[in-house]
Design a protein around this ligand. Sequence first.
Ligand code: ADP
Ligand code: ZN
Length: 529
Amino acid sequence: SGAGGDAGGGPALGVLRRVFGYDAFRGAQQEIIEHVIAGGDALVLMPTGGGKSLCYQIPALVRGGVGVVVSPLIALMQDQVDALRALGVRAGFLNSTQDSEERRLVEAEFLAGELDLLYLAPERLRVEATLRLLDRGTISLFAIDEAHCVAQWGHDFRPDYLTLSQLHERWPDVPRIALTATATEATHTEIAGRLNLKDARHFVASFDRPNIQYRIESKNEPKRQLLDLLRTEHAGDAGIVYCLSRASVEKTAEFLVKNGIEALPYHAGLDARTRAEHQSRFLREEGLVIVATIAFGMGIDKPDVRFVAHLDLPKSLEGYYQETGRAGRDGLPSTAWLAYGLQDVVQQRRMIDTSEGDEAHRRRLAAHLNAMLALCETVECRRVQLLAYFGEKSTACGNCDSCLTPPSAWDGTVAAQKLLSTIVRLKRERGQKFGAGQITDILLGKKTAKVIQFDHDQLSVFGIGTDLREGEWRGVVRQLLAQGLVAVEGDYGTLVLTDTSAEVLGGGREVMLRREPERPARAAKAKSG
Ligand code: ADP
Ligand code: ZN
């Protein structure tokens, strides 16, 4: 030990200790760093918080020249550069937020060899002047951060990333390191292909975040459920609550504040100053809750986020994993909590149906959603399923809701048949279209005004479903939707049959469903009904 610098550990370890003040490398960091220092290309797949930045920062400091870092996180560049400068690293950035004078200064530093690291927004590389600038300096390496942005299969595609393949053509001798926290096989292959990284060594870290407890419950009164969670388990903790729309961000933040929890909204509809202020308060103060759309969080490095709560269903497992990954970077126990309901499925299926883009694009969106739904409806360990999606085999974790309070599976074939035949009746006899609410009322034998109006109490299926409660029927509908055994159509969530419905109706297919506790384990409170 001591300030002796390189003694015994090689230049990389020396820089780690002297510049960054850390004792030891984590995981594969050392291997990756040495590989890049030696001039090799690398594709690094490491979860959020795994320590990707050092994998290019240290080689840039050890190799001669300037490390060029391509990153889409323009809003964070200033912070990143400030943090590096505070450590004595000579860093600068070029992006669209600067005026020409600021840009000129950074360019001069680059040309004078006065920079160790230069951060670039990808669109800068579309500009020929930027390429010529790079030609005139000495580049030690290219780091391509958030490399999944090049993948159209992924959930965060950015067309500007496609231009990055030219880096290798123009500077064939400069090593490249691409980094991402998204690692499905498909994305992974696409990154290697599009960035022409065929000879790159792949470093795949485990995507397990053992300190995060994954929990998914059905949505009844979402804001109440959230408040329960915060009060019983996370009083005074910092956390992120994700909502799909700006309106629900505002409403949820207000609701929390009214209930004595310090919460701030964050979404693209707020002006830039308010957003920046809320973000920096969240980073600097203790125990703040930020309620946000997914616009919030990319690249945010706050180690003590104790919970990430989703009040709406994420569109993909990649998104879910990345968002929940913002919890517990410090390694301490943290919660990833998601409430999801029938309406989420209806809404997202509709968004896919009406989305722009071709059929292949819609199929891709549907595949993403289906993987997300499968996680929600599994009776197995959530972590096993999540990791399996990222290509990793594991065993039951003991730290997710499925492991802690095992749900039972039940044979829902008859229930499914009752529900499907009700849909058939409504279609045949009335030519009218009805959603889950009306169908459930019919099954339960409820003589509501709307049931009477359409003579639905005269149907042979009226009241054949009284063996299940209303909440259970909602669960059945939701799970059949998730399994593709029914579908929704139109703006009112009309339930319709699918190609596979007939198999169930004809008795040729068993339907296994997840039975969930009436109220989830931790927040259990006496509540009748
Ligand atoms: P990622 O980009 O993979 O999400 P970061 O590079 O931001 O992760 O690193 C996450 C956190 O871990 C940062 O606060 C970073 O300083 C810290 N860190 C990274 N490597 C080490 C290490 N070897 N020792 C201690 N802390 C580290
Ligand atoms: Zn588990």
